[in-house]
Write a protein that binds this ligand. Structure first.
Ligand code: BG6
Length: 247
């Protein structure tokens, strides 16, 4: 009925791009921040300005990872090294954390002015999972997870949240490490083999595979089904409603 193997007791959902259409919001905010930074950096260093590719570079280096890892991994791909700085660096600081905070201002402005779109198939799937009596957690790298769950009304379906704030306070490794998903399963007292992971990001699917979860469902919103499969997704769907029998 839920399109999952027998024995699954808990569902661990990524947020951005799986439940809500916020992966696109994040990608746009990253582009706004990185393009501004790259324009300044290339002028200062006398090199050509090459804009951030909000599809290829976002998917490969940023999507699904904690904020600072996204900054660091993208800069490394462009052979740019900045000091880490500290989490409370101002948005104008030329540090990994400063750039991350600048991006966070952009993402929060977009969430608050444009609102957040919930994928209707995901809302229906969450309701079906609840009715079937399975446990439900959201596992996201985003420190904005609680705000998004609140403004969309999705919070009512979710029993546990492991997010960007949890990563900081509990010193967890972010995706592609499996630790955030493992922490969510542990909160339910459910073995990884009895939990399903739902992910749209390459780093997130890798995390699900590395944690040996019972089922890793890749959610392909942007035409990267082959990449999700290559990272180890057991199945790939275009929408969570595709898993429901009565679509
Ligand atoms: O900057 P935030 O809101 O803490 O989110 C961190 C990351 O969270 C992930 O869920 C998104 O896929 C990324 O795009 C985002 O960068």
């Amino acid at each position: 009925m839920l399109g999952l193997p027998a024995g699954i007791q808990a569902c661990l959902f990524d947020l951005d791009g799986v439940l809500t259409d916020t992966a696109a919001v994040h990608a746009a905010a990253w582009k706004e921040m990185f393009d501004e930074f790259l324009r300044d950096y290339s002028a200062q260093h006398g090199i050509a300005f090459v804009p951030f590719d909000a599809r290829a570079e976002y998917d490969a280096y940023v999507d699904g990872k904690p904020r600072a890892s996204g900054v660091r991994d993208f800069l490394a791909a462009r052979h740019i090294v900045l000091p880490d700085g500290s989490p409370d660096d101002p948005p104008a600081a030329m540090t990994v954390n400063g750039l991350g905070n600048r991006k966070n201002e952009a993402v929060q402005r977009r969430i608050r002015t444009d609102g957040v779109h919930v994928f209707e198939g995901s809302r229906r799937y969450l309701q079906a999972v609840e009715q079937a009596g399975l446990r439900r957690a959201v596992v996201s790298s985003s420190a904005n997870t609680r705000e998004v769950l609140d403004v969309t009304g999705l919070a009512q379906y979710v029993e546990e949240v492991v997010d960007g704030v949890t990563i900081r306070t509990e010193h967890l490794l972010g995706k592609p490490a499996p630790d955030t998903f493992l922490a969510a399963a542990a909160r339910f007292g459910v073995a990884p083999s009895a939990a399903a992971v739902f992910e749209d990001a390459l780093a997130g699917v890798s995390a699900g595979r590395a944690g040996h979860f019972g089922q890793v469902v890749g959610v392909d919103r942007v035409g990267q089904a082959a990449g999700l499969k290559a990272q180890g997704a057991d199945i790939v769907v275009r929408d969570l409603a595709d898993l429901l029998e009565d679509k």
